[in-house]
Write a protein that binds this ligand. Sequence first.
Ligand code: PMM
Length: 264
Amino acid sequence: MAVVNVTPDSFSDGGRWFDTDAAVAHGEALLAQGADILDVGGESTRPGAGRPDEDEERRRILPVVTALTNAGACVSVDTMRASVAEAAVGAGAAIVNDVSGGLADPAMAGVVAGLDVPYVVMHWRGHSRDMQSRAVYDDVVADVSRELGERVDALVSVGVRREQLVLDPGFGFAKTAAQNWTMLARIGEFERLGLPVLVGTSRKSFLSRLADPEGEPSPPDQRDHATAATSLLLARADVWGVRVHDVPSTMAALQVNARVEAAR
Ligand code: PMM
């Protein structure tokens, strides 16, 4: 899954594709590089970010969803708003990716239940403005698994079909760097919930101080080698998908994995 952020302020690539034509051209390039899914989002979730209003979010993403669907892409819409998810599916999106797992908008569960598309439920503990204060866990893997399981039960109880669901532990969302490393080390445990797992580590800040944990963080666009290394680990753990910004580096990692598997 490759990221198409139509935002002025995403941490990793903010502003670069904040124009319909630039976003569509970027999406087409990601497809040509081998992406299977394009994840189109109009709201930045960087720590401390403010929210665009609903009209602005629609204005940013709907033309991009339409154009990329028409170009043959499988598009997912990265939104926490039920009405935006519904409009994006109407415009051709085939997947709803909700970083709040249905918690940000009480209408989301009902809308998704009425749509025949996969729904990505990410682990979330509140909006990005103050989420890092909520990074408190006894055991991050056990606690995130339990909270995701509770979301699954709540969604299924209002009519979402289990077969629609994909789970995501939410790297960087109310997680410290150490907690992200623990989740990566124990990623297989999330598969015990019996649903496909999507993971987004791409360019996140826990990858920014590899040589020296006390040193200067590397800028986001210099974290793609580390992201590709996580893609290889995640492929070894058999996750369903990885959400990345740079497709060629992750494609190489996945191809290495495929060759190793074929040579067994
Ligand atoms: N991360 C971001 C945005 N959307 N969606 C899912 N399912 N998982 C993630 O980890 C995730 C996401 C934030 O990253 P960005 O600002 O680079 O898009």
